[in-house]
Ligand binder design. Sequence first.
Ligand code: GLV
Ligand code: GLV
Length: 383
Amino acid sequence: MSRDRWHIVNPRGEKRVIVTRDLPGDRWVEILSAAGCRVEIFTGPAALSPDEIRQRIGARCDGVIGQLVEAWNESLFQALQGAGGKVYSNYAVGFNNIDLAAATRCGIAVGNTPGVLTEATAELAVALTLAAARRLGEAERHLRAGKWKRWLPQLFLGTQLRGKTVGVIGAGRIGAAYARMMMEGHKTDILYFSLRPKPDLEAFADAYNRFLTARQELPVVCRRAEAVADLLREADCVSIHTPLDERTRHLIDAECLALMKPDAVLVNTSRGPVVDEAALVAHCRRHPRFRAALDVYEEEPALAPGLADLENVVLVPHIGSATHWAREGMTILAACNVAAVLVGNPVWNRAAVDAFLRADPPPAAPSILNAEALNLPLVKAAD
Ligand code: GLV
Ligand code: GLV
């Protein structure tokens, strides 16, 4: 292991916190230092292997901030427990890389970073929707390859979004933000699928429709689909916003793709394995007017054979939350998760996390996934 690749901040801090990848900004380091932590940050170019992480945890480690590309399984949580550790925070909102039950058995609190990356990820999904609908990847490749000779009436005709039906699979924070952006920005109808109805989203559509009709504009429709299959059949464009778990793995397989319109658009900014990537490649080959736009892949950073050769797909490298604002916000939430648990502060676990981005964040852990299972104290409602 490249032991020289570690940057140590606040070396005399009493609690030892390991950060498996350097993170943007400085606030997060200040938060950890102020909580009495010695912060050890890995600055090497390659990812740490599980063995390297275990070695670094060593005999004494109080907390870790880790990455979504690391598999935090029983063995790593046991190593952290054995070293006296109390908390792990993912630097991500998604937590399919974590064996939460194992962490709970080891008494380790597990944090994530929701709320601050909602808009960034929804905006990327909108960008991918537009890129696929308007064939931006193909058009740019054409131009850069020197193939553009003249303006032509039929050059790269795509799909206009206004008035189309956009299907949103998973209408949690990010899915609902995407749905609002598509309704409000592009006047699309929304057909969403989620386990429970989303009254907030529907109330937003109602309020927006009062605005539109007062201006003599056509209202938009926003309703919940009974089943994913209905959504796939009806939508002109489908965007996926579910977490990855055993229920959503290969949720979109060959059979589902076959239900979609032959010229529909499929966007995925959630997790790669929600889509059967090999089936998608086959489908895009058979239907040149079908378009897909992907930010996430089944075996990142590898792509399914043939995917990168397809003209009708737009591919970006898992950059959903990659804005300066979101990525720095995530560092603050991850640091506050670790600092609060180590200091013994209660857990926030409310949807709104803006308070943590202010100069004086609340003395609480913003988001601990197994707070209830571990019986951790919660911030009282009146606070
Ligand atoms: C990114 O994919 C995240 O889960 O934050
Ligand atoms: C194209 O450039 C147009 O103005 O329609």
